[in-house]
Design a protein around this ligand. Structure first.
Ligand SMILES: O=C(O)C1=C[C@@H](OP(=O)(O)O)[C@@H](O)[C@H](O)C1
Ligand SMILES: C=C(OP(=O)(O)O)C(=O)O
Length: 425
C-alpha cells in the first residue's frame, strides 16, 4: 500500500472467501455529537473509541476556533476541556461536507454572544439547511442563509429562547438533533416538535438523546412525538464511542459477496445506530427482498444497492428520497455507476431506486471490461462500489481518498484482508 492514496485503485477480485478480524472505526455520528456536548460542558471530558476522520477533524477544529481545548492523547481519543460556553471564532467556521458538524454547529453557535458564519465546501453549499434556520428564527434567533443552504450567518445574543418550536425534518433528522443539543441552553424549557410526520432515520434522534443524557441533560420524549428539554446545560463526563455501524455494512457486504467471515469484535445487537438494521437484510443475500425500505438505514442503502446487483431477484429501494441531499444525489450516483458496470442494471423511478439483479455477475471475475467508477466526492459511493470489484474484474474506483470523510483506513482494511489494489491514474 502506498502512503498517499493514488488517483484511482483497480481491484482484483480475490476469488476466495475473505476472512479476518476488522474493527470498524468509531461512529462518526456519535463522535461528532459527544465532541460538541463535551465542548458545551464545563470541565474535561475524555472521549474514547472516537473516529478520527475528515468529518470529526473538522468538528474538532471548529470547536478549537471557539475557545475549546481539544487534545488528542492517542489515535482514538479526544480530551476536551471547556468553560462550558463556546466563544465567537475570529472567522467563518469551515466544515467541509460534514452534515453533522454543519447542522449541529448552526444551532450550537446561537448560544454565543456574537456573529458566527457556518460554511462548508461546494457540495455542502448545495445541502439544504433552511428548515433549521427557520426553527432558529422561530426561537427568536437572528440566523439567515440567503440560498437556503450554507453559508449561514448567526448573530447570537447568548440566549437560545424558550417554548415550543416546530421543525420540518423531512429532509434531514440532523436539524432535530441540532436543535435538541443546543436546547439545554434555553432561557427556559424548550419543546421541539415535528412539523408534519416525516423525519429521516428516527434512530439518529435516539442517538442524540442518549448522548445528551450522558452529559447530564434532561430530555423527555412526549406522547405526541415532541421532545421537552430542560435548561440544565451540560456536565463534563467520560464517554466511550461504539464502532460505526455504517462502516460495518461494508464488512457485512464483504462477507456476503465472498462467502467469508469477518470478526468485527462487536456483536450486531451491541450497536445503537440505525444502520445496524442493515445486517439483517444483508444476511439474506443472495435472496434479499424485492422491496427494501431504506428510510431507517439511509447510509446503508448504497452498500445494499451494490449487493442487490448480485441478488437472485430485482430490488426496489423505497423511502430514500433523502438520499438526493446527502454528499451527492446518491439515488442518481448509484444508478449511474451500476449502469456503468452493466447497462440496464439500475434505474431511478421517481425517488425509488430499482436494481435489476444479475446473479451472473457473481462469476464475472475474469471479465476485462474496464468500469471506471465515478465517486462524486462521496465516501459511500467509493466504499460500496469497491464491493462490486470483489466479484467483477476491471472495476476501478476513482478518487479513493474520498473515503477519508468517515473511514480513512478503508483501503488498508481491504488490503489487509488480502484484496489486491493496483494504483492507477
Ligand atoms: O445524525 C446523524 O448523525 C446522521 C443522520 C443522517 O442524516 P440525515 O438526518 O440528514 O438524513 C445520516 O445520513 C448521517 O450520515 C448521520
Ligand atoms: C450522509 C452522510 O453524512 P453527513 O450527512 O454527516 O455529511 C454519510 O455519512 O453518509
Amino acid at each position: 500500500m502506498p502512503n498517499t492514496v493514488p488517483p484511482a485503485y483497480t481491484i482484483t477480485p480475490p476469488n476466495r472467501p475473505l476472512v479476518g478480524r476488522v474493527s470498524p472505526p468509531g461512529s462518526k455520528s456519535i463522535t461528532n455529537r459527544v465532541l460538541l456536548l463535551a465542548a458545551m460542558a464545563n470541565g474535561t471530558s475524555r472521549l474514547t473509541g472516537a473516529l478520527k476522520s475528515k468529518d470529526t477533524v473538522l468538528m474538532a477544529r471548529a470547536l478549537r476556533e471557539m475557545g475549546v481545548t481539544v487534545e488528542e492523547p492517542d489515535a482514538t481519543s479526544f480530551l476536551v476541556t471547556s468553560s462550558g460556553h463556546l466563544q465567537a471564532p475570529s472567522g467563518p467556521l469551515f466544515l467541509g461536507n460534514a452534515g453533522t458538524a454543519t447542522r449541529f454547529l448552526t444551532a450550537a453557535v446561537a448560544t454565543i454572544e456574537g456573529t458566527v458564519v457556518v460554511d462548508g465546501d461546494e457540495d455542502m453549499r448545495l445541502r439544504p439547511i433552511k428548515p433549521l434556520v427557520d426553527a432558529l428564527n422561530a426561537l427568536g434567533i437572528d440566523a439567515s442563509s440567503p440560498t437556503g443552504c450554507p453559508p449561514v450567518t448567526i448573530h447570537g445574543t447568548g440566549r437560545f429562547g424558550s417554548g415550543r418550536v416546530e421543525i420540518d425534518a423531512s429532509l434531514s433528522s440532523q436539524y432535530v438533533s441540532a436543535l435538541l443539543m443546543a436546547a439545554p441552553f434555553g432561557d427556559g424549557p424548550i419543546e421541539v416538535a415535528l412539523a408534519g410526520k416525516d423525519i429521516g432515520a428516527r434512530g439518529y434522534v435516539d442517538l442524540t438523546l442518549a448522548a445528551m443524557r450522558a452529559f447530564g441533560a434532561e430530555v423527555e420524549g412526549r406522547e405526541d412525538g415532541s421532545w421537552l428539554v430542560q435548561p440544565t446545560g451540560y456536565k463534563a463526563t467520560d464517554f466511550h464511542i461504539e464502532p460505526d455501524a455504517s462502516a460495518a455494512t461494508y464488512l457485512w457486504g464483504i462477507e456476503a459477496l465472498t462467502g467469508g467471515r469477518i470478526d468485527l469484535g462487536v456483536p450486531t445487537d451491541a450497536f445503537t445506530q440505525p444502520d445496524a438494521a442493515a445486517q439483517a437484510v444483508i444476511a439474506q443475500f443472495p435472496d434479499m427482498p424485492e422491496i427494501i425500505d431504506g428510510s431507517q438505514m439511509q447510509d446503508a442503502v448504497p452498500t445494499i444497492a451494490v449487493l442487490a446487483a448480485f441478488n437472485n431477484r430485482p430490488v426496489r429501494f423505497v423511502g430514500i428520497a433523502n438520499l438526493r441531499v446527502k454528499e451527492t444525489d446518491r439515488i442518481r450516483a448509484v444508478a449511474n455507476e451500476l449502469n456503468r458496470i452493466r447497462p440496464g442494471l439500475a434505474r431511478e423511478e421517481g425517488d425509488d431506486l430499482v436494481v435489476n439483479a444479475d446473479p451472473a455477475l457473481m462469476h464475472a471475475a475474469s471479465r476485462n471490461t474496464a468500469s471506471r467508477i465515478e465517486t462524486y466526492h462521496d465516501h459511500r459511493i467509493a466504499m460500496s462500489f469497491a464491493l462490486a470489484g470483489l466479484r467483477i474484474g476491471g472495476v476501478t474506483i476513482l478518487d479513493p481518498a474520498c473515503t477519508g470523510k468517515t473511514y480513512p483506513d478503508y483501503w488498508e482494511m481491504l488490503a489487509g484482508l488480502g484484496v489486491e489494489l493496483t494504483p492507477t491514474t
